[in-house]
Design a protein around this ligand. Structure first.
Ligand code: IPE
Ligand code: IPE
Ligand code: MG
Length: 253
């Protein structure tokens, strides 16, 4: 069990004492509610996405400070292409900007960045930005940050099974098929499963996120919209995670 490694003052600033908390190794977040947050302020949905993006940058620093080792965020799903072309284009523009800025924050956070999802659907320049960021940050090891872009869990599993079947047919691997083998074909290969899943903005569903990897993850749902989800809210989620009893199907005496 890993304990919080920061200073006592950091906990006091938020009103939550994190001094003796068990920090989840891997936190996954469904970043939801940008659109409704903006609408409530009389602003266009894209304003919410811009603020959501700013918040993502901040939460990486918080995750690093708190001692989270893996952070995975759901930023664009395989289903999000159904939105209006205006909104999709605004999101793609934001990702372009964000991925470039992320070079600097990856260095500051000593954070390795990996994009999961089917990135082949993106324009070549966006794919190049992803490659550059992943390559630039590949040796950092303080925080492992996965961004899910054009990600859908069923799509990920379909791609994985396709490659696995091909490799088996061509004799590159041999049966029997195991859980570990399937895991190694997923986009998240080599990354431990999330301990804590957070979804902001009130919805209580997975929306096609990490269906395989969340098999034994603790879920935390909050009505707070993503642009308002700051350090205090993250620490509250971790505090509640500390009250959970993870039994993995067993019995604790
Ligand atoms: C999350 O916020 C960001 C993306 C899915 C890209 P939403 O855009 O889903 O915001 P709401 O849920 O409509 O408020
Ligand atoms: C899930 O949010 C996807 C992301 C946060 C990227 P959505 O807003 O797209 O999900 P639904 O439509 O409410 O299920
Ligand atoms: Mg939403």
């Amino acid at each position: 069990m890993r304990r919080f490694a920061g200073t006592l003052r950091k906990g006091w600033q938020t009103g939550i004492c994190v001094w003796n908390m068990n920090i989840p190794n891997h936190v996954a977040i469904i970043l939801d509610g940008n659109g409704r947050w903006a609408k409530a302020k009389g602003m266009p949905r894209t304003y919410g996405h811009t603020k959501g993006c700013d918040n993502l940058e901040k939460i990486c620093y918080v995750a690093r400070d708190v001692g989270i080792k893996y952070l995975t965020v759901y930023a664009f799903s395989t289903e999000n292409w159904k939105r209006s072309p205006d909104e999709v284009n605004a999101l793609l523009r934001l990702f372009r900007r964000y991925l470039k800025k992320c070079i600097k924050s990856s260095e500051e956070n000593q954070m390795r960045v990996k994009v999961i999802g089917d990135t082949t659907a993106f324009e070549p320049d966006l794919q190049e930005s992803i490659r550059r960021l992943e390559d630039f940050s590949k040796d950092y090891d303080r925080l492992y940050f996965q961004i899910a872009l054009n990600y859908g869990s069923r799509d990920e599993m379909t791609r994985a099974v396709g490659r696995l079947a091909r490799d088996m047919k061509d004799g590159r691997i041999e049966g029997p098929v195991t859980e570990e083998m399937i895991g190694s074909y997923l986009d998240t290969a080599g990354v431990p499963d999330p301990d804590l899943l957070i979804r902001t903005s009130g919805e209580q569903r997975l929306s096609n996120f990490l269906l395989w990897q969340l098999a034994y993850t603790e879920f935390y749902f909050t009505p707070v919209a993503w642009p308002d989800f700051h350090k205090k809210e993250l620490l509250e989620a971790i505090r509640q995670y500390n009250d959970r009893d993870r039994r993995y199907g067993g019995v604790k005496e």
